[in-house]
Design a protein around this ligand. Structure first.
Ligand code: GRG
Length: 310
């Protein structure tokens, strides 16, 4: 698979998710809804449309494709996980969290609207994710819908992304009287990162495996891929924060060092962190051996994650 083929696949998957989200975020209320307040809908659309790499949808799609599954049901699962991702970014940018002005190269939701609307937009997206999965348009088999819901909930909640965010705030020293950052060791840093960002990326792969009705061995192989990819993503993110230019990355950089935060770059140094990243990419690719060339897009995705500049 050439680099152009890969980019075309990434773009096509992103476009499919964008179109589906656009259709889901319309003013007409669904059965059971009373009305959709215009300002809230506008903020949710602002958060979700016209930006982002759509990496998690791409992972769902390409994993499901390994098993010959594609179409609207798969794209709905993509939209669901992207709603969780989008909500996490909106809430992460809030003044009480990271207090960021810029996301995906444009003003953050609370800057473009206001803090209360941004909180509600995040809440609306979180809820919408599970609305999408519960609908039988996602999969006619209720057992598959329940499995998707559980995988996404476990990755997003207290034992996953939200829990990881809490550990992150604690690591910044937010809740100690002196406000000094915790000197987290490497294992603690890895756990925090696995929860905060790794879990959702791994869930994207797992959701594709669930849709594909993957067998035990295949699901375990994909879980190994998802975990390695999640770690690689985070090291790449740490490297971008340490070395990237805000204008390219689309958000402020240099924030980890400014906060005295423990990252894999602060533990290992730049050169070793880069080696670790290369090792994780290999590990992710090797986990896919059972799928042969069918998994070439997922292999290229591991390279993409490591090489990304934004
Ligand atoms: C506030 C509930 C809550 C959770 C926040 C995921 C997260 C937890 C915060 C995001 C902050 C952040 C910048 C984390 C680093 C990794 C990350 C998720 C980067 C953004 O993901 P990309 O690169 O973004 O996939 P795009 O814009 O391409 O969608």
């Amino acid at each position: 698979m050439t680099q152009d083929d890969f980019r075309a696949r990434l773009d096509r998957n992103a476009d499919a998710t964008e179109a589906l989200l656009d259709g889901l975020l319309r003013p007409d209320p669904l059965p059971g809804e009373l009305a959709r307040p215009a300002r809230l809908l506008e903020a949710m659309r602002y958060a979700m449309l016209g930006g982002g790499k759509r990496l998690r949808p791409h992972l769902v799609t390409e994993t499901a494709r390994l098993f010959g599954r594609e179409g609207d049901g798969v794209t709905r699962a993509c939209a669901a996980i992207e709603c969780i991702h989008g909500y996490s970014l909106v809430h992460d940018d809030l003044p009480a969290m990271d207090d960021d002005e810029l996301r995906r190269g444009k003003p953050t939701v609370h800057r473009a609207f206001d803090v209360a609307t941004a909180i509600l937009a995040g809440d609306g997206l979180l809820t919408l994710a599970f609305d999408i999965l519960a609908d039988d348009a996602t999969d006619r088999d209720a057992e598959i819908r329940v499995a998707l819901t559980l995988a996404l909930a476990r990755a997003s909640g207290i034992g996953g992304m939200v829990g990881g965010q809490m550990l992150d705030l604690e690591a910044e020293g937010r809740f100690t009287p002196e406000g000094r950052p915790l000197a987290n060791g490497e294992a603690e840093t890895l756990k925090l990162q696995a929860m905060k960002t790794g879990a959702l990326l791994a869930a994207a792969v797992d959701m594709g495996a669930i849709i594909g009705r993957a067998g035990g061995e295949q699901r375990r192989a994909l879980a190994t891929y998802g975990r390695a990819l999640g770690q690689a993503f985070q090291i790449a993110d740490d490297l971008l924060d340490a070395e990237g230019e805000a204008a390219t990355v689309g958000k402020a950089t240099g924030k980890d060092a400014a906060k005295g935060k423990s990252t894999l770059v602060s533990h290992l140094g730049l050169a070793v962190a880069r080696d670790r990243l290369a090792g994780l990419v290999d590990q992710a690719k090797n986990a896919l051996s059972t799928f042969g060339h069918n998994a070439d897009t997922l292999r290229k995705t591991a390279d993409f994650v490591a090489e990304r500049r934004s």
